[in-house]
Design a protein around this ligand. Structure first.
Ligand code: PMP
Length: 462
């Protein structure tokens, strides 16, 4: 780029930053800060990399853990253009449908575990979970048990940003500003299977016992006849990639079955290969009655999500009397979004991206990242498939944490950025969820950048 071109680019960036600061409200961002810290304008992306403001960054977060097939694929662009030319939109209300939605629903049903065969489309993970909250109400009223309204969720969980899904979240900071109370909405939180934080001296099996006992205790306290459903992310990504002990999820499913409670697997992050299987239910050996999908469903080429229910659940919801499901979105099952999701699934399958995550690149990623446990500040590295959380500790032995307002994780992630790598600080952990196309050399680069960043920040703290 010559001087003139660079000057023009800098002027354009300044213009976008100005427009952005004045008019664009960002998700999960302090609006007051937008005036003071100009946004980083990302204007291009390809493969594992995003570009902006004259630099290219290795995106070890795959956007927000969603760009499973990598960025900027020409075949995805072609599908979008072709579908827009053929059928830019028609709704799916009443008896209308389109070829892409029909095929996508069938493809999801074929890939999904067990009897999860019926798909409702929405636009975001939040909307998919919201859809299930309403379906759960219908399910129990049509089953003649309308008193089953309580929902059990877990600490540290993240299920969405709509009014109802907000109270499912296990992080008070997301709930309190809106004057919401989970208990008022019959949502009840239980301990998460977060061994590093809550496991103390227990081994994995003993800790699974404790975490399951917490759910069982809550069910008993509420009265099993009042409990409608349990929501669970198989791996709690947004909280720093909390991976449950092996026994936990199968036992949770068993507990729910015993009491006739519906189990919802929120596979918004885990679905479509992230854990090395199409769905984490396969990785962790359990089956839910309902699941939600988003992110990897289209690799974020399109805002599309799905709420999937089992044959048995659908049978009840159909009921005996004719009644409309009073729920839906204008762009539910949008043909262009569905076509992009179909092509994304084709790519995941044709390039064997799910299997390589399980068998080769995933184990390599985990073993290289584990080496970071020898670096300063690292309490624990958790990894499954191509998702990892690097837990930051002030004291490795006692697991003491730094105060959050010391922003240690932010500093580490900033130091990674200076080395050209994007990772994501959340609470006391750094999350890494790269596109599934990642190569060994890129894993090495990320681990080296993280190692250097940890040394640098630890040096500043001393
Ligand atoms: N569930 C989980 C497990 C998530 O991680 C997220 C988003 N990070 C959501 C639901 C909400 O999805 P969306 O942001 O698309 O509404």
């Amino acid at each position: 780029m010559d001087d003139k071109a660079r000057a023009e680019l800098m002027a354009a960036i300044a213009g976008w930053q100005n427009q952005d600061a004045r008019h664009h409200l960002h998700p999960f961002t302090d609006p007051a800060l937008m005036d003071q810290v100009p946004p980083f304008i990302i204007d291009s992306a390809a493969g594992m990399y995003v570009g902006g403001q004259g630099v290219r960054l290795l995106d070890a977060m795959g956007g927000l853990g969603c760009v499973n097939i990598g960025y900027g694929r020409p075949d995805m662009a072609d599908i979008a253009a072709d579908t827009i030319r053929t059928l830019s939109y028609y709704h799916c209300f009443s008896a209308a449908s389109n070829p892409y939605a029909a095929e996508l629903a069938a493809r999801i049903a074929a890939l999904a575990p067990g009897a999860l065969n019926h798909v409702f489309f929405a636009n975001s993970g939040s909307e998919a979970n919201e859809t299930l909250l309403k379906m759960i109400r219908l399910y129990w009223s049509r089953k003649g048990q309308p008193e089953r309204r309580a929902i059990i969720s877990r600490d540290y969980s993240y299920h969405g940003s709509t009014m109802a899904t907000t109270v499912l979240n296990g992080q008070q900071a997301m709930i309190a500003p809106f004057g919401l109370s989970p208990a008022d909405m019959d949502v009840h939180h239980v301990m998460a299977p977060f061994w590093y934080r809550h496991g103390g001296d227990l081994n994995a099996e003993q800790f699974a016992d404790q975490a399951i006992a917490a759910v069982a205790g809550k069910i008993d306290a509420l009265g099993p006849e009042t409990v409608a459903a349990v929501f669970a992310e198989p791996v709690q990504a947004t909280a720093g990639v909390i991976i449950p002990p092996d026994a936990y999820l199968p036992r949770l499913a068993e507990l729910c079955r015993m009491h006739g409670i519906l189990l919802v697997a929120d596979e918004v992050v885990c679905g479509f290969g992230r854990t090395g299987a199409w769905f984490a239910q396969e990785t962790f050996g359990f089956e839910a009655d309902m699941m939600t999908l988003a992110k990897g469903l289209s690799s974020a080429y399109a805002p599309i999500s799905a709420a999937v229910v089992s044959d048995a659940v659908l049978d009840v919801i159909k009921g005996t009397e004719r009644e409309v499901f009073q729920h839906g979105f204008t762009t539910s099952a949008h043909p262009v979004m569905a076509a992009l999701a179909l092509k994304n699934i084709d790519i995941l399958a044709q390039e064997d991206l799910v299997k390589r995550t399980r068998d080769s690149i995933g184990p390599y990623f985990a073993s290289k990242l584990k080496e970071l446990e020898n670096r300063p500040l690292v309490g624990e590295v958790r990894a499954t498939g191509l998702m990892a959380g690097v837990e930051i500790a002030k004291n490795k032995t006692t697991r003491e944490q730094y105060l959050l307002d010391m922003a240690v994780c932010d500093k580490v992630s900033q130091a990674c950025l200076m080395r050209g790598v994007i990772v994501r600080p959340v609470g006391n952990a750094i999350v890494i969820c790269p596109p599934l196309i990642i190569q060994r050399g890129e894993v090495d680069y990320i681990v080296r950048a993280m190692g250097e960043a940890l040394e640098e920040v630890s040096g500043q703290l001393d």
